[in-house]
Design a protein around this ligand. Structure first.
Ligand code: FMN
Length: 168
């Protein structure tokens, strides 16, 4: 999914992340808390998500907006433990979104952390974990011929959702 975040000055960034889970409380993804997105979410804890299914019907788009919070350490630990060891080492070695002088520097850090955790399980780095986006607006866009598309919106209202439609 595309994840859009903004900093305190309103500068917006978008990138793809893996939707790792959907629960009653929202949509989960995992990342480095010290990455660009992490620092933006610390300054401005709201995000927009966007999905596109090109081959579904006449195309489908789903847009989600909401407040963002970190998932519990226990939940991040549990997911981190299921990841491949290479990915776990990578989470330690990558200073995500910081400048790196060359590929060799990154590979040296990978080797260093691989050696540090040799013969042991890799703990979750404190700077890595999940976020949950609690939706307050969801839009389903269904493509149609001649661009006569359908747009169905749900806006959170108290304990429920107000359904509406938009011109395409
Ligand atoms: C298909 C795909 C899936 C990705 N999944 C993730 C992810 O789940 N978490 C993540 O941190 N980065 C993921 N990335 C990398 C991000 O797009 C991005 O490069 C990285 O998170 C740094 O973003 P930032 O500098 O805006 O924080 C993925 C990239 C692609 C193309």
């Amino acid at each position: 999914m595309t994840l859009a975040t903004a900093d305190a000055a309103g500068r917006v960034s978008a990138r793809i992340v893996l939707l790792k889970g959907v629960g009653a409380d929202g949509f989960r993804f995992y990342t480095n808390y010290e990455s660009l997105k992490g620092s933006q979410l610390a300054a401005h804890p709201r995000a927009a998500l966007c999905f596109h299914w090109k081959l579904l019907g006449e195309q489908v788009q789903v847009r989600i907006e909401g407040a963002v919070s970190k998932v519990s350490d226990a939940e991040s630990d549990a997911y981190f433990a299921t990841r491949a060891r290479g990915s776990q080492i990578g989470a330690w070695a990558s200073l995500q979104s910081q400048p790196v002088p060359d590929r060799a520097t990154f590979e040296r850090r990978i080797a260093e952390f691989d050696a540090r955790f040799a013969g042991a399980s890799v703990p979750r780095p404190p700077h890595w974990g999940g976020y949950v986006v609690r939706p307050d607006r969801i839009e389903f866009w269904y493509g149609a011929m001649h661009r006569w598309h359908d747009r169905v919106t749900y806006v959170r209202e108290g304990d429920g959702w107000r359904k509406g439609m938009l011109y395409p």
